[in-house]
Structures are given as structure tokens and as C-alpha cells.
Ligand binder design. Sequence first.
Ligand SMILES: C[S@@+](CC[C@H](N)C(=O)[O-])C[C@H]1O[C@@H](n2cnc3c(N)ncnc32)[C@H](O)[C@@H]1O
Length: 315
Amino acid sequence: MYISDIKDNQLIIKPQKKFTDGKRLLRFPLVKHNISIEQLANIYNKLKLCKDVIVDGKIVLVGYEYFNLIDYFQEKVRMGCRRYNQKYTPLEKFEYHKNQFKKPYTYKNVMDQIFKFKLCSELDPHIVITIINSREILGQKIEIKRFLDMSIGRGSQLMACMMKDIEYVGTDPCEAAFPHTQMIEKYCRYMGSTSAVQLFKCGFETNWPWDGRKFDVMFSSPPYFDVEIYEDNETQSIAKNKTVDEWLDNFLFVCMNKIITMIHSGGLIMMNIDNPTNGHYDYVGPLIKKKFEGADYIGSIFIRKGFNIHTWKVN
Ligand SMILES: C[S@@+](CC[C@H](N)C(=O)[O-])C[C@H]1O[C@@H](n2cnc3c(N)ncnc32)[C@H](O)[C@@H]1O
């Protein structure tokens, strides 16, 4: 059985769908059809207790295993995202190539082959929990009680904040992801979270209703210019900005200036953002060189090769 909805804090469940009839691949092997509701709850409880730490600007894993927890809710959305150097999304590629998959058609073997398709990124919630648990980040003392997320994305920040009962406010215009993000909120509620949560389906740069109360941190995976195409929608940050320079000036720098006004003095702005590894674009260089009034760049936290969290302290 898998969770198809949650109403009045009750799980609405449906039978899991088979991804193979034994001889043929029928459909994409979504995680939600491959783990039970009990396994999901165990994974949730395990992740909540994550003990990873930041040492010398690096995330150090303490007994961590990769769990696919966000994928349970968001996998179809992520697999429907296209990387900038790919013609098709992973879901489309699967449909076109499923006759070429090598046997045996076990979940793991099929997934290993799917992982060779270029997938869009997904921040794991354990990184966010590690940030929330930290009392000092890049030399700055911090206690996170109110959390701002300019791009909700797949909802890793939302889930981690709800696990830790932290207040969370997030924006993201992605139509396809929003119902799944709401499911994450409902699930965390079902698992006992008491977090105050506000989700806004809109661009961060737009005039959404902020109540004026300041945040301790803004930690987000913002869009990476056109490196990942989430959906063809004019609300996406790239729709109106066709070059990196336009996108920086009209979107990312505008968001940075807005965020600075929303964070307490001594609070942090943490951007999980990197250039594509083939050197095609450089938006991180101009971002970290730019002098923002009211915030200073204090360095980056290394997650793994090609994944860094660039950080500013608000004055
Ligand atoms: C890099 S992705 C997030 C994926 C990420 N790796 C994660 O783990 O969640 C960036 C997100 O920015 C969102 N986005 C696009 N335009 C935006 C805008 N104007 N304001 C805020 N978010 C926007 C996209 O819809 C997408 O969900």
C-alpha cells in the first residue's frame, strides 16, 4: 500500500502498482511503489535523529545512509525535470528506452540503470537537519527558530524544519511540485510535527504576504539559471531572463537584496548553488563577488564535489 492522500490526519492508502510483470518493464519504478508505509515511518524517525555535523566547513556524515524519503513524495516531479544538456526528462527516457533495460528487473537493478540518465538535483534533508542542529556555522553563532526558503524545490528544507519543529516559510512557483509539497507538510503533521508552516506558490521576488517578522536563516536551493528545467511556465525565474547576466540582475540579486531585509542581524543567508561542472556558465563567481549592502560573504560549506552552500552573514 502507498499513501495517496492524507485527510484530517488520516492516511488515504492505495495498493502499490507493479513496475514489471516479471518479463517486461511496465512503468517507471517509483519509490512509493517499492517501500511500505511502515518502512517510510522508520526512515522518517531515523532521519529526524540524524547526528551529522559541520567540521571545518564540511558536512561530516555520522552513520548516514541515503534514504529516498523526499522521493516518496516528489519523485515523479523530479523525474519530470530536464537537465539543460539533455533532450528528454528521465521519465521520457524511460518510456523510450524501457525495452533496452538489462535484466534482472529488480528495483535496484532498474534504478541503477535509471541513475545513468542525467537527473535533476535533490538536496537531502539530512543536510538541512545538520544546519538546524549546528550552534555555530562558519564561525557565526546561530540558533535557528524561524526558517525562510526562497525556493521550496522538492521540499527538503520543509521536511527537515517540520521534523525539528522549526517555523518555516517558503515560496516556489512550480505548479507541478506544489501538491506534492503540501503532501510533505501533511505527512510531517501526521508524524507529529508542531511547526508553523506557510507555503506560497509564487516567485520569491514577487509581492507575497510576509508578516514582517524576521528570520534566523534563509537556506535554499535556488534555481540554477537554466541548468534544470522544472516546468515550462512563465513564473519560473528563467522565463523572463534569457542570459546569465539578466537572470542575476533581475532575479538572483533582487532576491538577495529582499532576503537581507528579512533576516535578523547576525542571521545567515545560505545558498546551495554551484555552476554546472562543464564550465558552461558562471553565476556563482558574480554572486559571491557582488557587494550586497547589509550582508557579507563568509564562505561556503562543502557537501560533496560540486555541491557547496555559499553563505552570507547579515549585519
Ligand atoms: C534547484 S531547484 C530546487 C531543487 C533542489 N535541488 C531541491 O533539492 O529541492 C530550484 C527551484 O526554484 C524554483 N523557482 C523557479 N523560479 C523561482 C522563483 N521566481 N522564485 C522562487 N523559486 C523559483 C523552481 O520551481 C525549483 O523548484
